[in-house]
Design a protein around this ligand. Structure first.
Ligand SMILES: *Cc1c(COP(=O)(O)O)cnc(C)c1O
Length: 378
């Protein structure tokens, strides 16, 4: 099945009891048993829920995996991956990691003896050099947030595989429509389905997808044993969002391309970060591993004072100033004070995340209106 068919059909069957075409919201905490142990495969809703199961089958198909395991948020999904490790183990990750991921690794699991190091992975050779004796997990995010750097997934996963190190790719920024890390050698794919997969800014949700059923079973155990499961209504909303994933992401990428070029030609803009530019340092890798270049664009202003950035951030009308990304509506954000406030300022500056950097999540509105909105204020 091709992608556009999978989003509609994979894992989705009409409800056997009623014929309902749309997967019902099974709002129940428990299921009746005819005799002890005699049930229809559902005992207790932390462990199994039919709405969640339909979503998990669909997500597994979208990433070409065997199992998907859903959680109440992207960070709850990350939490389950980290629980595969033990104290003294080390995670190696990118030096402009999503702020919430960094916070959990350092401030939650640091206390339990987990080590983590953040390196420049934009040259895959740096990874081989950085691996230490305790490195047990390589955590890739690509494109990164908000600098839109690109990591060569196939090259880094090959290095990890040779040394028996587990790999997890946070694929939130690309979405399964643009990039499929399991096909490139990754062990685990993570999504914050809050973003493109849900796509309508109305649900917080996360998932993991694997292609090895033994690893899938370990993560399924953690889903039930730790219990950070999503509710059935949220699973329904994510399923509904997925039906238009390919259409939304394609349009948003087309809009982002036009906006990136508009910004690059704007006299008051100093720098534009978007992997579709030929001069982007890892453009060729982006071209190789992504279907399109994504709908996130970051830029810096020539007048790089925080006051000027705040003026732009509060002056747009169609771009709403808000956290998050990946919805049908366009958002504008200030990483230094919003998504990346939990990362120390010196760390931020080292990767080019200045106080005046602005990040756009380009939506599916008419691109001429979006460009005009930016042009009116920049
Ligand atoms: C939002 C986000 C997360 C965290 O997901 P939540 O659903 O907010 O918990 C993780 N990684 C990336 C890249 C994100 O954008």
């Amino acid at each position: 099945m091709k992608f556009a068919t999978k989003v509609i059909h994979a894992g989705i069957e009409p409800d056997p009891s009623t014929g309902a075409v749309m997967t019902p919201i099974f709002q129940t905490s428990t299921y009746v048993q005819a005799a002890p142990g005699d049930h229809k495969g559902y005992e207790y809703a932390r462990t199994q829920n039919p709405t969640r199961s339909a979503l998990e089958k669909n997500l597994a198909a979208l990433e070409n995996g065997t199992d998907a395991i859903c959680f109440g948020s992207g960070l709850a999904a990350q939490d389950a991956v980290i629980k595969l490790l033990k104290s003294g183990d080390e995670i190696l990750s990118v030096n402009d990691l999503y702020g919430g991921s960094y916070r959990q690794m350092v401030r939650v699991y640091g206390q339990w003896g987990l080590k983590s190091r953040y390196i420049d992975m934009y040259n895959a050779n740096n990874v081989a050099d950085a691996i230490g004796p305790d490195t047990k997990l390589i955590w890739i995010e690509t494109p990164t947030n908000p600098m839109l750097n690109i990591v060569d997934i196939a090259a880094v996963c090959a290095i990890a595989r040779e040394r028996g190190i587990l790999t997890c790719v946070d694929n939130t920024f690309a979405s399964p429509y643009l990039q499929n890390p399991l096909d490139l050698g990754a062990d685990i794919v993570l999504h914050s389905a809050t973003k493109y997969i849900g796509g309508h800014s109305d649900v917080v949700h996360g998932c993991l997808i694997v292609k090895d059923s033994e690893l899938g079973a370990r993560l399924r155990f953690l889903q039930n044993a730790s219990g950070a499961v999503p509710g059935p209504q949220d699973c329904f909303l994510v399923l509904r969002g997925i039906k238009t994933l390919h259409l939304r992401v394609q349009r948003a990428c087309e809009n982002a391309e036009k906006i990136a070029h508009f910004l690059a030609n704007h006299p008051k803009v100093s720098k534009v970060y978007w992997p579709g530019f030929e001069h982007h340092p890892n453009h060729d890798i982006a071209k190789k591993q992504m279907r399109m270049f994504g709908a996130m664009v970051s830029f810096d202003l020539k007048d790089n004072t925080i006051e000027n950035a705040y003026r732009v951030l509060s002056g747009t009308h169609l771009f709403s100033l808000a956290e998050s990304l990946g919805g049908v509506e366009s958002l504008i954000g200030h990483p230094a004070s919003m998504t990346h406030a939990s990362i120390p300022r010196e760390e931020r500056l080292k990767v080019g995340l200045t106080d005046s950097l602005i990040r756009l999540s380009v939506g599916v509105e008419d691109v001429d209106d979006l460009i005009q909105d930016l042009n009116n204020i920049i």
